[in-house]
Unconditional design. Structure first.
Length: 451
């Protein structure tokens, strides 16, 4: 990928400023669509639109799909409807759906009505019906399909006819007379079995496929498990509907990881660094307010503990340790669970097994950390046995509870079909902070009463 320097950007801006369209075209012809999309990020909307109008229709469509969703929407909003239609007519069905889904419903209907290829328009309408987070929402309809009863010459003729409409060919899919997926036809067989009577005698049976309503996360796991570059999509009775390619899956995985990372960081909606100040503030403020509320609650808890803190001031020194330890343990435990759910190594059915495992891990961590605190206090606070025992006991308790909550919360969220990444951020941190303080106060009261 080309790396644009400040001089490169200024050079392009100078060309645009001089309205030198011939020079601009020469520059664009030498660039890959992905590089042009990256260049647009350094230009204002008017400059980007100027360059976009100079591209041929096919390259313009490729650039459109390389753009970030927000940049693409800004560019689409400035285009006349007939220009958008031209771009869509050069896109695969799955990419066309991505573009149309960004538009208002009225604009969608107008654009679909202007697409000259009725079959393409029909495919797009059919794909728009599927949830975008399922295999149906990710698939395209462009693929080579042959009947299992075809002879080799018939198959080759059909493949040639269908290939004219496609940019890339990954697999040739074989179906029966009811259009049910029966297998795949390796191109190598065209050379090794040129006189075979029927394709079904040389096709590879039982291809890996996915149901149309399968969640995207599961689709991604299948691609990784079977090392696929494309996968057929079938309906509930096995009829071939479309195919998903690995590049689409990679895009979805990247977007999902970005959403999870932001959610784990306490950002409530999908934002980018170039989004407006207001948009970023709205995304950040909810969890910040929750953090303030938890701080107020913590002060209320400690306010009820005021007499004890006056009596034994050393107890206040360990409040940050208690709160921080519980939160850190909870985040660690939840991160392991969320990662396991994401890569398929952990299933919701393993709830009890994972919880038991985390309890044992918690016991080991709790024993080590509480022993460290016990040794520290015996060394530096040898005359204050009450504080020593309170801190050591509380550390043990918050580590155990943090481990359990860090496991239970993401698994419960997954069972409720809520993104479990929520459990790796402020949610678990705030919960464990409050619980840790409550435990600390309760244990300190017990020891004070006993003393």
């Amino acid at each position: 990928m080309k790396e644009f320097t400040d001089q490169d950007i200024e050079h392009i801006r100078d060309i645009i400023g001089r309205d030198d369209s011939d020079q601009a075209r020469r520059e664009l012809d030498a660039m890959h669509p992905a590089d042009i999309a990256e260049l647009y990020q350094s230009l204002d909307l008017q400059q980007a639109e100027y360059l976009f109008r100079l591209l041929d229709e096919e390259k313009a469509a490729d650039v459109l799909m390389e753009l970030d969703e927000d940049d693409r929407l800004r560019l689409l909003e400035g285009m006349p409807t007939e220009e958008i239609v031209k771009q869509i007519e050069h896109l695969d069905s799955d990419d066309a759906v991505d573009v149309i889904q960004q538009l208002d419903e009225d604009d969608r209907d107008e654009i679909l009505s202007q697409i000259e290829d009725v079959e393409q328009a029909g495919d797009i309408i059919d794909l728009l019906k599927y949830d975008e987070d399922t295999a149906g929402g990710l698939m395209g309809t462009e693929m080579i399909v042959v009947n299992e009863n075809m002879s080799m010459p018939e198959c080759v003729k059909e493949m040639r006819a269908q290939a004219e409409e496609m940019d890339e060919i990954y697999y040739v899919y074989v179906v029966d007379n009811d259009y049910k997926l029966r297998g795949t036809f390796p191109l190598k067989k065209m050379i090794t079995h040129p006189s075979v009577s029927k394709i079904k005698h040389v096709m590879e049976t039982d291809p890996v496929s996915v149901k149309v309503d399968t969640p995207i996360d599961d689709v991604a796991l299948d691609f990784e498990k079977y090392d696929l570059v494309a996968m057929p999509v079938v309906d509930s009775i096995g009829r071939l509907l479309g195919r998903i390619t690995v590049d689409d899956v990679m895009d979805q995985v990247r977007e999902s990881q970005e959403r999870d990372y932001q959610l784990a960081s306490g950002i409530s909606s999908d934002v980018d660094a170039d989004d407006s100040i207001l948009a970023q503030t709205k995304a950040r403020i909810p969890w910040l307010l929750i953090g303030i509320a938890s701080g107020i609650l913590a002060s209320v808890i400690l306010g009820g503990f005021e007499d004890q803190l006056h009596a034994v001031t050393a107890l206040a020194l360990f409040i940050p340790i208690i709160a921080g330890t519980g939160g850190n343990v909870g985040v660690q435990a939840s991160a392991i669970v969320v990662q396991g759910l994401a890569n398929g190594s952990l299933d919701i059915k393993d709830f009890a097994t994972q919880l038991a495992k985390e309890v044992l891990i918690g016991l080991l961590n709790a024993a080590v950390l509480s022993a460290v605190m016990l040794a520290y206090n015996l060394l530096f606070l040898p005359d204050d046995l009450m504080v020593t025992l309170t801190v050591a006991t509380t550390v043990f308790a918050v580590v155990m509870i943090g481990s359990i909550l860090g496991t239970v919360i993401p698994l419960t969220l997954e069972k409720l079909h809520i993104n479990p990444a929520l459990a790796t951020g402020p949610f678990i941190q705030v919960s464990n902070d409050i619980i840790g303080l409550i435990i600390y106060v309760y244990i300190a009261n017990l020891y004070l009463h006993f003393v």
